[in-house]
Ligand binder design. Structure first.
Ligand SMILES: [Zn+2]
Length: 263
């Protein structure tokens, strides 16, 4: 195993040394001597047969993603990113049957990058994906409706990405311009990974994103975070009730918001 530190001093790279934080268990156990490790200011990236430049790029992006997630959640986030050598190995590491078509997945306390698909993303896309997955890792997804945890992850992912909403939600915008508004918040079937409808899958994420974006704009970002936590502990209906909303009134107001933002 080889541990490499990032050079400090570049504009993207904080100058503070990463210190001697203990290596994550992944670095010690997963690939043994074949693992390469790059430390960012707050992140650790562990790669298997990966190019050092890729790992350094990922450490910079993971640091930035950690900062973004921290800013929303209000507590420190220290990303651990694993970079398997192939798509098949990524599926094994994440413990799932297939990761085909996914750029990265959240798995327990770490983000697993799927090198083949991640490599096809634009720089902005890489930052959005890393931030999205890191939000899942840091905030958890258990006991939540899928629209809330996917929408929240995209809310954090797009929050500082600098993309106009009509660009980031292009597939949904096309539907709205054609006079079709979504009927209801997207459920698990809309996010099924086996979906053979990539446009529909993209729309589901965009619908969920705009639901969380609506809540943050209308009630404040802190209220969105509180709703997320309330929903994890007491159920989403109780969390919404604290905002004076029901599932039905949220849906109606979200549909108005989608039309206003994208028409
Ligand atoms: Zn997600």
């Amino acid at each position: 195993m080889e541990v490499r530190d990032l050079p400090s001093g570049s504009p993207e790279q904080p100058v503070t040394a990463p210190g001697d934080r203990e290596l994550p268990v992944e670095a010690r156990g997963l690939w043994g001597d074949e693992a390469d490790v790059v430390r960012g200011a707050r992140s650790v990236v562990v790669g298997h047969h990966a190019a050092t430049e890729l790992l350094r790029d990922l450490a910079r992006r993971a640091d930035a993603a950690g900062t973004r997630v921290s800013a929303v959640l209000g507590r420190p986030v220290r990303p651990v990113v694993l970079v398997p050598g192939s798509t098949a190995e990524a599926a094994r590491v994440a413990g799932v049957g297939s990761v085909a078509g996914l750029a990265a997945v959240a798995d327990g306390g770490r983000v697993v990058v799927v090198p083949e698909y991640f490599g096809r993303l634009t720089p902005t896309g890489r930052d959005v994906v890393l931030t999205h997955e890191l939000t899942h890792v840091a905030a958890g997804t258990e006991r939540l409706p899928v629209w809330l945890y996917e929408g929240f992850a995209d809310y954090v992912g797009y929050r500082d990405a600098g993309l106009p909403v009509r660009v980031a939600a292009a597939e949904l915008a096309a539907e709205v311009r054609a006079g079709r508004l979504p009927g209801g918040l997207p459920g698990p079937e809309a996010f099924a990974p086996s979906s053979r409808d990539p446009v529909g899958l993209a729309r589901a994420y965009q619908e969920a994103w705009l639901a969380c974006r609506f809540i943050a704009e209308r009630f404040g970002e802190g209220t969105l975070v509180r709703l997320y936590r309330d929903a994890q502990t007491g159920g989403v209906d109780r969390g919404l009730a604290r905002l004076g909303l029901s599932a039905g009134t949220l849906t109606a107001r979200w549909r108005d918001y989608v039309r206003d933002q994208l028409a």
